[in-house]
Design a protein around this ligand. Structure first.
Ligand code: ATP
Length: 204
């Protein structure tokens, strides 16, 4: 089983690339954001640990995690954020390998891991190749605003809070530039896969 990690900043087009690889080449996609949500669903060891660490105020009446309350606690508190990550990240990783195992059982030869924080969290061991999706800052802001309705200033602030792409480039195998149409992105992604990933499948 070979794993292609797709990473990139907010609004870069990671999910667009993952969807293209799924549609054009049939790759199953594991979404790290999905796993992070599942890791703290009611009844999970993840949620139990979060409540033990941060108290019952981070749970809503229906038993689900109160993300706003938790965000307010960890927002300005580096130690609390580290503690939260220390609980959630191992759960996410366990869910990831469970999914990979399920795909192996189905005979899947390769899959895509859509993982926004792959470089920041040093998750290099979770993929055989990592692609960084990049797009011009203005384009990213335009896409984020169009998608979520937040202001340009907020979109820029969120972008600026992330590790710069230039820094991330040193840790990845390839960069996918998403500065044109969806059709162009599709051609670029499939071409790069043919040139740099397909060969891994024959090596075994
Ligand atoms: P996030 O981390 O914020 O979830 P992402 O990197 O996964 O972002 P996408 O969700 O793939 O980014 O793209 C952001 C938005 O921009 C989406 O609405 C997507 O459809 C759109 N988009 C991405 N690439 C293009 C493109 N080349 N042309 C037009 N729209 C695009």
């Amino acid at each position: 089983m070979k794993i292609l990690g797709i990473t990139g900043g907010i609004g870069s087009g990671k999910t667009a690339v993952a969807k293209i690889l799924n549609r054009e080449l049939g790759a199953p996609v594991i979404d790290a954001d999905d796993l992070a949500r599942k890791a703290v669903e009611p009844g999970t060891p993840g949620l139990t640990e979060v409540v033990e660490a941060f108290g019952p105020a981070v749970v809503l009446e229906d038993g689900s995690l109160d993300r706003k309350a938790l965000a307010a606690i960890v927002f300005h508190d580096e130690k609390a954020r580290k503690r939260l990550n220390g609980i959630v990240h191992p759960q996410v990783e366990a869910l990831f390998y469970k999914k990979v195992e399920e795909e192996k059982q189905k005979g899947t030869s390769w899959l895509v891991y859509d993982c926004p924080l792959m470089v920041e969290e040093k998750l290099f061991h979770q993929a055989d190749r990592i692609w960084l999706v990049r797009a011009p800052e203005k384009e990213r802001i335009r896409r984020i605003v169009a998608r979520s309705g937040i202001t340009e200033e907020e979109a820029k602030a969120r972008m600026d809070a992330q590790m710069p792409d230039e820094e991330k480039e040193a840790y990845v195998h390839s960069v996918v530039w998403n500065d044109g149409s969806m059709e162009a992105l599709s051609r670029v992604a499939v071409h790069l896969w043919e040139k740099s990933f397909k060969i891994l499948l024959s090596i075994g």
